[in-house]
Design a binder for this molecule. Structure first.
Ligand code: SF4
Ligand code: SF4
Length: 82
Protein backbone atom coordinates (compact mmCIF):
# COMPACT_ATOMS: atom_id res chain seq x y z
CA UNK A 1 0.00 0.00 0.00
CA UNK A 2 0.98 3.60 -0.45
CA UNK A 3 0.74 6.42 2.08
CA UNK A 4 0.32 10.18 1.99
CA UNK A 5 2.94 12.24 3.82
CA UNK A 6 2.41 15.53 5.66
CA UNK A 7 3.62 17.33 2.55
CA UNK A 8 0.08 16.90 1.20
CA UNK A 9 -1.42 20.27 0.29
CA UNK A 10 -5.04 19.00 0.27
CA UNK A 11 -5.46 19.79 -3.40
CA UNK A 12 -8.26 17.17 -3.67
CA UNK A 13 -7.22 15.76 -7.06
CA UNK A 14 -6.18 12.25 -5.97
CA UNK A 15 -9.31 11.24 -4.09
CA UNK A 16 -11.64 10.88 -7.11
CA UNK A 17 -8.91 9.06 -9.10
CA UNK A 18 -8.61 6.09 -6.75
CA UNK A 19 -10.35 3.03 -8.22
CA UNK A 20 -10.62 1.45 -4.77
CA UNK A 21 -11.98 4.46 -2.86
CA UNK A 22 -8.97 4.11 -0.58
CA UNK A 23 -8.28 7.86 -0.28
CA UNK A 24 -10.21 9.94 2.20
CA UNK A 25 -9.88 13.26 4.02
CA UNK A 26 -8.31 12.67 7.42
CA UNK A 27 -8.06 15.08 10.33
CA UNK A 28 -5.65 17.45 8.58
CA UNK A 29 -4.62 15.91 5.27
CA UNK A 30 -5.75 13.21 2.91
CA UNK A 31 -5.02 9.65 3.99
CA UNK A 32 -4.95 6.21 2.35
CA UNK A 33 -6.65 3.17 3.85
CA UNK A 34 -3.93 0.51 3.39
CA UNK A 35 -6.54 -2.24 3.48
CA UNK A 36 -8.05 -0.81 0.31
CA UNK A 37 -4.95 0.39 -1.57
CA UNK A 38 -3.79 -2.20 -4.12
CA UNK A 39 -1.22 0.24 -5.54
CA UNK A 40 -3.74 0.18 -8.38
CA UNK A 41 -2.94 -3.47 -9.18
CA UNK A 42 -5.95 -4.96 -10.97
CA UNK A 43 -7.03 -1.57 -12.34
CA UNK A 44 -4.07 0.33 -13.80
CA UNK A 45 -0.39 -0.16 -14.62
CA UNK A 46 0.63 2.80 -12.47
CA UNK A 47 -0.67 4.15 -9.15
CA UNK A 48 -3.14 6.80 -10.27
CA UNK A 49 -2.72 8.99 -7.19
CA UNK A 50 1.06 9.12 -7.67
CA UNK A 51 0.58 10.04 -11.32
CA UNK A 52 -1.61 13.00 -10.48
CA UNK A 53 -0.23 14.33 -7.18
CA UNK A 54 1.42 17.72 -7.84
CA UNK A 55 3.74 17.57 -4.83
CA UNK A 56 4.84 13.90 -5.04
CA UNK A 57 3.91 13.11 -1.46
CA UNK A 58 2.66 9.52 -1.94
CA UNK A 59 5.44 6.99 -1.23
CA UNK A 60 5.25 3.29 -0.43
CA UNK A 61 4.05 2.70 3.12
CA UNK A 62 7.09 1.29 4.98
CA UNK A 63 4.91 -1.03 7.09
CA UNK A 64 2.78 -2.24 4.17
CA UNK A 65 5.18 -3.76 1.66
CA UNK A 66 3.32 -6.26 -0.47
CA UNK A 67 4.12 -8.39 -3.50
CA UNK A 68 2.22 -8.03 -6.76
CA UNK A 69 0.48 -11.31 -5.89
CA UNK A 70 -0.61 -10.02 -2.50
CA UNK A 71 -1.83 -6.80 -4.06
CA UNK A 72 -3.78 -8.71 -6.67
CA UNK A 73 -5.32 -10.91 -3.99
CA UNK A 74 -6.41 -7.73 -2.19
CA UNK A 75 -7.93 -6.47 -5.45
CA UNK A 76 -9.89 -9.72 -5.79
CA UNK A 77 -11.14 -9.49 -2.19
CA UNK A 78 -12.24 -5.89 -2.70
CA UNK A 79 -13.96 -6.72 -5.97
CA UNK A 80 -15.76 -9.73 -4.49
CA UNK A 81 -17.00 -7.58 -1.62
CA UNK A 82 -18.78 -5.20 -3.98
FE1 SF4 B 1 -5.84 4.34 -4.72
FE2 SF4 B 1 -4.18 3.37 -6.52
FE3 SF4 B 1 -3.44 5.43 -5.00
FE4 SF4 B 1 -3.68 3.03 -3.89
S1 SF4 B 1 -2.20 3.61 -5.48
S2 SF4 B 1 -4.48 4.94 -3.06
S3 SF4 B 1 -5.37 2.16 -5.04
S4 SF4 B 1 -5.06 5.43 -6.51
FE1 SF4 C 1 -2.53 15.61 -1.17
FE2 SF4 C 1 -1.22 14.86 -3.36
FE3 SF4 C 1 -3.73 14.04 -2.94
FE4 SF4 C 1 -3.24 16.58 -3.54
S1 SF4 C 1 -2.88 14.80 -4.86
S2 SF4 C 1 -4.63 15.83 -1.94
S3 SF4 C 1 -1.30 16.92 -2.48
S4 SF4 C 1 -1.92 13.52 -1.69
Amino acid sequence: ALMITDECINCDVCEPECPNDAIYMGLEIYEIDPNKCTECVGHFDEPQCVQICPVECIPLHPDWQESKEQLFAKFERLTAAK
